[in-house]
Design a protein around this ligand. Sequence first.
Ligand SMILES: NC(=O)c1ccc[n+]([C@@H]2O[C@H](COP(=O)([O-])OP(=O)(O)OC[C@H]3O[C@@H](n4cnc5c(N)ncnc54)[C@H](O)[C@@H]3O)[C@@H](O)[C@H]2O)c1
Length: 326
Amino acid sequence: MKTAVIGIGNIAQVHIPALLGAKQDIVALCDVDSARCEKAIERFGLQARVYTDYAEMLEKEELDAVHVCTPHYLHAEMICACLDKNVNVLTEKPLAISQTQLDTIEAAVKKSTAQLGVCHQRRYEEAMKYLKEKFSSDPVIAAYGNMCWYRGKDYYDSDAWRGTWTQEGGGVMINQALHTLDLLQWISGMPTSVVAHTHNDTLQDVIEVEDTATGNFTLANGGKMILNATNGCTSSFPVGLMLDSKSSRALVVGDHVIVDDVVLKKDDELPLFGKEEWGVGHQKLITDYYRCLANGEKFPIDFYEGEKVIRLILAMYQSNGKQIEI
Ligand SMILES: NC(=O)c1ccc[n+]([C@@H]2O[C@H](COP(=O)([O-])OP(=O)(O)OC[C@H]3O[C@@H](n4cnc5c(N)ncnc54)[C@H](O)[C@@H]3O)[C@@H](O)[C@H]2O)c1
């Protein structure tokens, strides 16, 4: 298929080889900084045209699919521009940063013949697929997720959009801990309410958004789903999940899973330490997205799957210690 990528920063360096690995044709790259496109063309040996204006690219190119790898506040308008032209679009997370953006995207999805996919690549890890399957017939009655990372001044100073309400749309929750919360809700089910606290513990002079958050969610079956997340540590530890059903207990760190005292090592070979949060899921997710498009199948992480974690995060931001119904 003829594909293009918008936003040639960090994560595009993962999308481009994954697209090539999925045997797709990258015909165009777009970034407001054209040098980033040229650099990627050289790095990956591409034959792609370069654009600095995504609307012009959508006008001039006959594209089958576009990858949106830009800062958060731009996702909604770029997704809608693709859908309006019936061009399939795979967006990086977060799907959106406000309820208004979610509503606009939903309207565009309903009118379009194209498929929107959302990059929640951790759902493609073997450990997560195993847990999803295991607890689908044995419902979770208590869940706990812990993300404890370091993101310092250098990280936030590296790009102007980071650490701002208008462009990042939040801090640790909408960016880093989104994956952990998405996995918790995917495996445990969508909660019905939350009491949350978000605060800036370590970066008051650097960012206007939260570096730390806690969420106490109530599940539909009355169970609890607790999330602790921070960017305010001095190291980044592997993300941990703990899950209880009536008959079983699971602990997962990276792709290391312990179920009822039995240590299961799933086969993704994720390093426990390092950029494990990006995981190996991008290649699997992107390959599956194009398999679905080629076969006329529905891609599983569509608008309605992508919006769940956004609704949870927006409720956390709204909560400030009060119970919010979801
Ligand atoms: N799924 C994951 O695990 C994962 C990991 C990292 C980043 N991400 C997501 O990927 C997205 C990008 O993050 P990043 O770290 O690559 O950011 P980045 O700042 O490195 O890259 C963004 C790129 O978009 C370009 N850009 C900005 N405005 C543009 C416009 N109007 N038109 C075209 N290009 C434009 C910038 O010049 C930059 O090159 C974010 O949504 C982020 O949350 C996801």
